[in-house]
Design a protein around this ligand. Structure first.
Ligand code: PGA
Length: 245
């Protein structure tokens, strides 16, 4: 794969303090010199506590910053502990990850996800919309049915699809070291593109600098959502380099 526009999204989850920002120097330096950089979109999604300082730090780079979740209400409100998209935007977020399986597991429903997507788009931010089946569902051959439902309900009545990236993240592959077979991925990604009417589709789940050589061969994937491996700048850079090798 040489000249394809690809997203590399770092999902730091609940990791990282102010000192973790130093590790970004390696990434910005690499990116300034990288020959294929015009084809690459890097987005860092740190915990909210780091959003503002990270976006200031990356201001002069072409790297964007995003949040990992939000409250569904557009305006301020009496919701202790919650933050809405407009507030995330005010500290530098350009994207919000919505529907991550770690949040679905905590009770986030498709309907709630749909509301969050709506208010994120209204705040003029872009959405990284996560979908994916569990191992049990995969074993029961329910993958397509589950994805179809998640897409239908999550994107219900949403017209502005151009500001939505979909991340296909099979729950069984997140943090486990397991990844789908290339043929399965190819088929699933094209299914998602068809059902969601051609949004960009990324893959996420145990992406690392070893399996990227194999994953990059799936030619309908528009990028990767990277958890564990994104916390280490060297590994993250390696994934990008190898994708374009
Ligand atoms: P992982 O996480 O790369 O550590 O599997 C991916 C994600 O949860 O977005």
């Amino acid at each position: 794969m040489t000249n394809k526009y690809m997203y590399f999204i770092a999902n730091w989850k609940m990791f990282g303090g102010l000192n973790s920002l130093n590790s970004l120097n390696t990434v910005t330096k690499f990116f300034e010199k990288f020959k294929k950089s015009k084809f690459v979109k890097i987005i860092y999604c740190p915990p909210n506590t780091l959003l503002e300082s990270m976006s200031k730090k990356l201001k002069k780079s072409r790297i964007d910053v995003g949040a990992q979740n939000c409250h569904e209400q557009e305006n301020y409100g009496a919701f202790t502990g919650s933050i809405n998209p407009m507030m995330l935007k005010s500290v530098g977020a350009k994207y919000i990850i919505i529907g991550h399986s770690e949040n679905r597991k905590m009770g986030e429903t498709d309907n709630l996800i749909n509301q969050k997507i709506n208010s994120t788009l209204k705040a003029k931010l872009k959405v990284i919309f996560c979908i994916g089946e569990t191992l049990k569902q995969k074993r029961k051959k329910m993958t397509k049915k589950i994805l179809d439902t998640q897409i239908k309900l999550g994107l219900k009545k949403i017209k502005n699809k151009k500001d939505i990236l979909i991340a296909y993240e099979p729950v069984w592959s997140i943090g486990t070291g397991l990844v789908p077979k290339n043929n399965d991925l190819l088929e699933t990604v094209s299914f998602i593109k068809k059902k969601s009417k051609n949004s960009k589709v990324l893959y996420g789940g145990s992406v690392n600098s070893n399996n990227i050589n194999e994953l990059k061969l799936v030619n309908n994937i528009d990028g990767f959502l990277i958890g564990g491996a994104s916390q280490n700048s060297k590994k993250f850079i390696d994934i990008i380099k190898k994708t374009y090798n």
